[in-house]
Design a binder for this molecule. Structure first.
Ligand SMILES: [Zn+2]
Ligand SMILES: [Zn+2]
Ligand SMILES: [Zn+2]
Ligand SMILES: [Zn+2]
Ligand SMILES: [Zn+2]
Ligand SMILES: [Zn+2]
Length: 683
């Protein structure tokens, strides 16, 4: 007969003090079962001759039991203090001495070495998926000052869940609802009727379990698409997470993470949307074709934010002021091109030098942001000038507005109807032939093939002193037009680049996309969108490899643009050395570390081990560039995505990277101290 409750009661009475808390008692019973394999090893060892009554196994058992009896709660301490002469160690000793009879009372026989050790004592209870709320989240306080309470809506349903250890188990789903407003409360969402009678939903942001299929399949949010170990239960061998379900899990989980990160607690969308519609709704909320991280506005750490410095600070450090065109840390001395030709008028006067505030007054602080474009595109309409997304990302070529061009010859500007439905050209023989050449030479290149061609061209053009990767596949001319200048719509085109802005420490600030080229108007638009609502949080410096042209564009379109007052746009040292001779604006304004003391924030004086002073750059932008290499690891996934998934994914990547920087700042103690803020702002 298997052991029963009365056997368990007897064990508890014999081996544990009556005043012990239930929680501690259960814990100790669990520990007693977990040491079972050690007792088997002890018994097995004793089968050999001349073995002691207490083996080293026994000693370990006693040590573990004593440790388990050690309490960390005051209540348990009280138990030992009241009366009895037994200490926790005495109880541990008694259990150790009588372990075999104890196991026998629980129906186990350790002498039977052929039998396996028992599994966990407490089988995992069947889970119940249920809202964590008690009352309606929409209804106001009603009678008796009570917010309408939640009622059970329908009988519980059996569902499958993929739990946190990647096991398929059955669970009971219970749905609650509000009898007043008819909102339904699922564990991961609330659905309700809006003022127009449409069914909407709000997401529960802190739920552990997410519905990943309409057919009663749920998953723990911690699940990764690929489990490390395989479990042997029947359910786990039979059930598989489908691609659609893992997509769903990704979007459900990161929708909640993004909404929480961007503080959009009030987000709602149509009830029970498809994966695509949910991603679309969240993207509309967080940012379409770009975005910013509000958390970045107030971010500061020692890698990106410094106390404001003044020329007198540099002088005090013993700087030898040199030439305005010298770059600190790059050239041994002034090093600039002294007889640079005068190239036209100075577009505006150099800034007046500020004096350091008197001691005790706030010094102010400066932050440096880094901006660059990455070759991480996604597909868009086949018309060069059109920036709209494709209707069909599987094999489509056009956006919604240009869908009718499917029926027009793909060679621009032919304009004749296609020769037959689905054909890419009209019936003109030369157009048909050109398309045939095109497909045989170009369209069949796989993605790795295209990369190989680009790499070969880069090597080739580098040796010719040209730069910029372009995919040039030799195409025959069409009439008088050289092959590579034939304009056609045979395949979807791509966005030009992903533009990101991050603080010097790498913390992402915002992003956008460029089309056709990384042009200054588009880049300025991205900067304006990022800081539109945070004009007081603009960076003091933006390091950008085309800063001089960006600055020229800003001045040209509006000489009073606020950017001119708030921010210095600087180029990298390599660009500066090459450009200062021919571009007066670049020379005067974009030096990344001028040696004449005009930008004390950008230059530090450091002493080397020989006591020789060197001027170095105050901000290290290499950390900011680590974001680029990290992002490029996701390039091949991103370039195959629809515009919606691309944006959703970039939002997720930048959020994750921001959290990584936060962790790094905390771990390395890079936070700005109270003293820093006192000195910077006087507060
Ligand atoms: Zn399993
Ligand atoms: Zn209600
Ligand atoms: Zn920082
Ligand atoms: Zn279009
Ligand atoms: Zn044609
Ligand atoms: Zn320049």
């Amino acid at each position: 007969m298997p052991p029963t409750v009365s056997d368990l009661v007897l064990v508890l009475q014999l081996f544990l003090p009556a005043g012990l808390s239930i929680e501690k008692a259960f814990y100790l019973i669990g520990v007693i079962i977990s040491i079972y394999p050690l007792l088997r090893l002890h018994i097995n060892q004793r089968r050999q001759p001349h073995q002691p009554a207490r083996t080293a196994w026994t000693k370990t058992i006693l040590t573990l039991l004593k440790a388990a009896f050690k309490s960390d709660s005051d209540e348990d301490d009280l138990v030992w203090a009241t009366g009895m002469d037994f200490t926790p160690d005495d109880f541990a000793q008694r259990i150790c001495d009588d372990l075999e009879p104890l196991y026998n009372m629980l129906g186990l026989n350790p002498q039977n070495l052929a039998a396996q050790s028992p599994g966990l004592l407490f089988p995992t209870p069947r889970r119940i998926l249920c809202t964590s709320r008690l009352s309606c989240a929409f209804c106001p306080v009603a009678d008796l000052n009570i917010i309408p309470t939640l009622r059970r809506r329908v009988d519980n349903q059996t569902v499958w869940i993929l739990d946190e250890s990647f096991c398929w188990v059955q669970a009971d789903l219970v749905i609650a609802h509000c009898a007043t407003c008819r909102a339904d409360y699922f564990p991961d969402r609330i659905t309700y009727k809006d003022a127009n009678g449409r069914r909407r939903q709000k997401l529960e942001l802190s739920t552990d379990f997410l519905r990943i299929s309409k057919h009663g399949i749920w998953a723990h949010k911690k699940n990764r698409p690929f489990p490390r170990t395989r479990c042997s239960s029947i359910a786990c061998r039979v059930r598989k997470l489908t691609y659609r379900q893992s997509q769903r899990l990704f979007v459900e989980h990161f929708s909640r993470r993004l909404l929480h990160f961007h503080k959009r607690d009030n987000f709602s969308c149509d009830a029970h949307p498809s994966t695509k519609l949910l991603a679309e709704a969240v993207r509309r909320e967080i940012g379409v074709n770009g975005g910013f991280l509000e958390s970045a506005m107030a971010h500061g750490c020692t890698n990106c934010t410094h106390l404001k410095r003044y020329r007198s600070d540099l002088a005090a450090e013993g700087a030898n002021f040199g030439d305005a065109q010298g770059v600190a840390g790059v050239e041994a001395d002034g090093g600039s091109n002294a007889n640079a030709p005068d190239v036209g008028e100075n577009p505006f006067d150099p800034p007046a030098q500020q004096d350091a505030p008197p001691a005790g007054q706030p010094r102010g602080y400066v932050r440096l942001a880094v901006m660059d474009g990455k070759n991480i595109p996604h597909q868009k309409c086949a018309l060069d000038q059109c920036e709209r997304p494709l209707v069909n990302y599987k094999n489509g070529r056009f956006c919604e507005a240009h869908l009718n061009l499917q029926d027009v010859c793909g060679i621009v500007p032919c304009g004749l109807p296609v020769q037959s439905p689905g054909a890419l050209t009209c019936a003109t023989e030369s157009h048909i032939q050109w398309h045939r050449d095109y497909s045989s030479r170009f369209a069949r290149l796989s993605f790795p093939g295209v990369r190989r061609v680009i790499r070969r061209q880069q090597e080739h053009s580098a040796s010719n002193g040209q730069h910029g990767p372009t995919l040039e596949v030799a195409l025959p001319p069409l009439g008088d037009t050289p092959g590579n200048q034939v304009v056609h719509t045979f395949k979807a085109k791509s966005t030009y680049c992903l533009q990101t802005v991050q603080w010097a420490c790498g913390y992402p600030v915002g992003w956008g996309k460029c089309y056709r080229s990384e042009s200054s108007p588009q880049v300025l638009g991205i900067l304006n969108r990022i800081w539109a609502n945070f004009p007081n949080f603009k960076p003091s410096f933006v390091a950008y490899d085309d800063a001089c042209n960006l600055l020229r564009h800003i001045i040209t379109q509006n000489p009073n643009d606020p950017w001119i007052v708030t921010t210095k746009f600087i180029v990298d040292a390599w660009h500066y050395i090459n450009h200062r001779a021919t571009d007066v604006l670049c020379r005067l304004w974009c030096n990344p570390a001028p040696k004449n003391g005009s930008q004390p924030d950008l230059v530090l004086v450091e002493e080397d081990s020989n006591g020789i002073q060197h001027e170095t750059r105050a901000f290290n932008t290499e950390t900011a560039e680590q974001l680029n290499s990290w992002l490029s690891g996701f390039e091949s996934q991103l370039r195959h995505m629809s515009d919606v998934n691309y944006d959703f994914y970039v939002h997720v990547l930048l959020m994750i990277y921001a959290e990584r920087v936060d962790k790094h700042v905390a771990a390395k103690n890079l936070q700005l101290s109270e003293e820093f803020w006192a000195e910077a702002t006087g507060e």
